[in-house]
Write a protein that binds this ligand. Structure first.
Ligand SMILES: Cc1ncc(COP(=O)(O)O)c(C=O)c1O
Length: 432
C-alpha cells in the first residue's frame, strides 16, 4: 500500500521535473566544465587498435611494486585500537591526523633545511584536493592566476572551476621564464585585475619534466612578493629524483614559507588511490583554508593507515626503491626512442619524475600523432591539452613512463615511430 502511494508520488514528481532545464539551476562552473575528468586530452575513443594498447597516459605509480601488503597491515594496525577508542573511525577534524602532519614536518625539516612543525601542514584529498581548497580560500571569480604554459591539465580545470582568469607564462628548460613575470603582473594590474597566484610545478614538471633553476627560484619569490602575489608550488614529484640529481632548494624553504603555499601528495610516492595529500604553508594561511573547509576533513582511517605505513623510515625506504624503478623505466623509453624515433622527435632526459616531453619534428602535430598512435596501440597525450588555450606552439607529446611495464617501453617507442611515419606520409601525400 505504502509502495503504491509512493510510486504515484514519484510519477507526479517525474512529470514536474521532466521539463525543467537543469542548466538553470547549475553554477557557471558546472555548466562550462563539460567533463568530470582531470585529464581531458580529446582522445578519439572511436579509434581501435588491432593489438592491446600500451598506455603512457597518466602520472600513476608502478603497479607491480605497490606496497599492497604493507598498506594492508598498516590499515589493520590503524583501526585496531582498544575497544573504547574509536578515534580512527570517528570524525577527525579539518587539519588531519596530527602524527602524520608531524611526520611530514620532520621530513621537510630534515630534507629542506628550514624547521617547520605539524602546524605548517593540513591534510587534504590528494594535491588536487589541496589546490581546490586553496582556491576556495583565496580565489574569487575573475581573480587572475598566472600559470606556466604548458602545465598540468587537471589544475587548469580546478582554476576554471573557481572562475579564475588563467594567464599563461612561457617555459623553457630552466622552468618558468621568470623575467617576464614582473611586466606581466604589472600589465594585468594596470588593466584593473587582481593577480592572486603564480602557479608553478617547480620540480620535474608535468608535462615538461624540467625543474625550475635555483636562480629563477630567487627571482620568482622576489617578484611575486613585491607584487603581493602568492607562489603556489605544486611539488607532486620533487622526491622522485634519480641518483646524482642535485636538487635546487625548495621554494617553501627559501622563502621560509613567506608568500609560498606548497602542495604535496602521497599519490606519486605511494599510490594515487590513497587520496592523501597536504598543504604546506604558514599556520595563518592554513587557518584561512580550514575556515572554508565544509566537508569536515578527510578520512582519519586512511590518514592513520598512511602514517602507520610511513613511520620508522619505511616511507623513505619505499621512495628510495621507487627512484630506481622509475630511472630504469625512463632509460628503457629513451633507448627505444633513440632506436626508432630519431628522425621524428627529440627530447631532453629529465632528472626525475614521471614524464618525458618530446618535441616532434618536420611539422608533425601532437594531436595527429596522438590519434595515429591510438591506432597503432599506443596511448599518449598530445602537448596541446596542457596549454591553457589548448594551442601547443611547438608540437609536443607527453610520454608518461611510470605506470607501464618496463619491458613494454621499447615496444611503445616502436609504435610511436610507426605513428609518426604514418602522419609524415600523409603530410607528404597531401602536399603533392
Ligand atoms: C602536477 C600535479 N599536481 C597534482 C596532481 C594531482 O595529484 P593528486 O593525486 O595528489 O591529487 C597531479 C596528478 O597527475 C599532478 O601531476
Amino acid at each position: 500500500m505504502a509502495a503504491d502511494r509512493s510510486s504515484e508520488l514519484a510519477a507526479d514528481l517525474a512529470r514536474l521535473w521532466v521539463g525543467r532545464n537543469l542548466d538553470e539551476l547549475t553554477t557557471p562552473a558546472a555548466k562550462y566544465l563539460t567533463t568530470g575528468s582531470a585529464t581531458d586530452w580529446g582522445m578519439a575513443t572511436e579509434i581501435v587498435s588491432a593489438v592491446p594498447p600500451i598506455t603512457l597516459g597518466g602520472g600513476i605509480p608502478d603497479p607491480a611494486t605497490l606496497p599492497r601488503q604493507a598498506l594492508a597491515a598498516a590499515m589493520a594496525r590503524a583501526v585496531d585500537t582498544p575497544e573504547l577508542d574509536d578515534s580512527p573511525l570517528r570524525y577527525g577534524g579539518p587539519e588531519g591526523f596530527e602524527p602524520l602532519r608531524e611526520l611530514l614536518a620532520e621530513r621537510y625539516t630534515r630534507d629542506r633545511g628550514f624547521p617547520v612543525t605539524a602546524g605548517h601542514f593540513l591534510l587534504t584529498n590528494g594535491s588536487a584536493g589541496a589546490i581546490d581548497q586553496i582556491c576556495s580560500a583565496f580565489i574569487s571569480p575573475g581573480d587572475v592566476i598566472i600559470t606556466e604554459a604548458p602545465t598540468f591539465s587537471g589544475t587548469l580545470r580546478t582554476f576554471r572551476g573557481h572562475e579564475a582568469e588563467i594567464v599563461p607564462i612561457g617555459m623553457d628548460n630552466d622552468g618558468m621564464r621568470v623575467d617576464d613575470l614582473g611586466p606581466l603582473i604589472e600589465r594585468l594590474t594596470a588593466e584593473g585585475k587582481r593577480v592572486k597566484f603564480v602557479y608553478t610545478i617547480s620540480n620535474f614538471h608535468n608535462p615538461m619534466g624540467v625543474t625550475l633553476s635555483h636562480e629563477r627560484r630567487n627571482t620568482l619569490l622576489r617578484v611575486a612578493a613585491e607584487h603581493g602575489v602568492f607562489v603556489l608550488d605544486d611539488d607532486a614529484y620533487g622526491e622522485l629524483y634519480f641518483p646524482g640529481w642535485e636538487a635546487p632548494p625548495a621554494l617553501s624553504a627559501m622563502s621560509e614559507c613567506n608568500g609560498v603555499i606548497s602542495v604535496g601528495t602521497f599519490s606519486k610516492i605511494v599510490a594515487t588511490g590513497l587520496r592523501v595529500g597536504w598543504i604546506h604553508a604558514t599556520p595563518a594561511i592554513l587557518d584561512r583554508v580550514t575556515r572554508v573547509r565544509f566537508e569536515m576533513g578527510n578520512s582519519p582511517a586512511l590518514q592513520r593507515m598512511v602514517y602507520e605505513f610511513a613511520k620508522d623510515g619505511h616511507l623513505d625506504e619505499h621512495i628510495a626503491s621507487m627512484r630506481k624503478v622509475y630511472e630504469r623505466k625512463l632509460d628503457a623509453l629513451c633507448d627505444g626512442l633513440r632506436e626508432y624515433c630519431e628522425p621524428y622527435l627529440s627530447f631532453r632526459r629529465p632528472g626525475g619524475g614521471f614524464f618525458l616531453w618530446v618535441e616532434l619534428h618536420n611539422g608533425l602535430d601532437g594531436l595527429e600523432v596522438q590519434q595515429a598512435a591510438i591506432a597503432e596501440g599506443l596511448i599518449a597525450a598530445g602537448g596541446y591539452g596542457f596549454y591553457p588555450d589548448r594551442k601547443d606552439p611547438g608540437n609536443h607529446m607527453r610520454l608518461a613512463y611510470s605506470w607501464v611495464r618496463e619491458d613494454e617501453l621499447h615496444e611503445a617507442a616502436r609504435r610511436l615511430a610507426i605513428a609518426c611515419a604514418k602522419v609524415a606520409e600523409r603530410h607528404s601525400a597531401d602536399s603533392k
